[in-house]
Every structure is written in C-alpha cells, then in structure tokens.
Design a protein around this ligand. Structure first.
Ligand SMILES: Nc1ncnc2c1ncn2[C@@H]1O[C@H](COP(=O)(O)OP(=O)(O)OP(=O)(O)O)[C@@H](O)[C@H]1O
Ligand SMILES: [Mg+2]
Length: 103
C-alpha cells in the first residue's frame, strides 16, 4: 500500500504523515516514510530529533548538488539515505523516485 499526503501549505501534511506512519507501524505494518517536501521536517514529527533530521536533509542536498550517482534501488535509498525512527518506521529524505520498482 502506498499513501501520498499532499495539500496546501500549513494544512497538516507533515503531522498527518507522521501519525499515519507511526500508527501503521504500531499495528505491525512495515512502514517506509519518504519526505519529498521542499521543507523537509517529517523527521521532527516522527521523533528522530533535530540533528538526525538535518543530517538527512544535508544528504539529499549533497546528492542534488554533486555528480554523485543516485541510488539505484529502494534498498540502497533506504540503506544509504535512511534512518530508523520510533515504532520501527524507516525514514528517508529524497527528491523523487525516477524508476519505482513494482510494489
Ligand atoms: N489535525 C490537526 N489539528 C490541529 N492542528 C493541527 C492538525 N494537524 C496539524 N496541526 C498543526 O498545524 C500546523 C501545521 O501542520 P503541519 O506542519 O503538519 O502542516 P504542513 O502541511 O506539513 O505544513 P508545511 O506546508 O509548512 O510543510 C502545526 O502547528 C500543527 O501542529
Ligand atoms: Mg510540512
């Protein structure tokens, strides 16, 4: 199941995303939370803290600014650019997925 949360500025996207992610994880689902926002602060709402949230944001900026080869698979994105959030959620801050694998 894939859930996208979109909406106007300040409408509650980040809060809703975090509550959904942690709620589903607590019910036993394997949850990957992807923050694609230009104002990426999902980490704060998920509970990974200020420093770790900023670390992921910086990683995304570095990939965007350099010739670094982008991650080629979901596993690599989550491994290299992800962090563990409370309740078992895996969080990554990304720009976009160019070649989504099925599922
Ligand atoms: N269901 C809700 N009831 C009341 N307040 C809420 C609710 N959801 C979010 N808020 C509050 O509204 C404000 C904006 O929420 P949030 O940051 O989640 O929105 P956003 O759409 O992600 O904003 P942005 O466009 O700046 O990224 C926050 O202060 C948040 O605590
Ligand atoms: Mg937001």
């Amino acid at each position: 199941m894939k859930i996208a949360v979109v909406g106007k500025g300040g409408s509650g996207k980040t809060t809703t995303s975090a509550v959904l992610a942690r709620g589903l994880a607590r019910h036993g689902h394997r949850v990957v939370a992807l923050d694609c926002d230009t104002n990426p602060n999902l980490g704060l709402s998920l509970g990974v803290g200020d420093r770790e949230t900023q670390r992921l944001v910086t990683l995304r900026e570095q990939v965007g600014e350099s010739d670094t080869e982008h991650a080629v698979s979901w596993a690599e994105i989550l491994d290299t650019y992800g962090t563990d959030a409370p309740d078992g959620v895996r969080l990554s801050v990304i720009t976009r997925i160019e070649n989504p694998e099925p599922g």
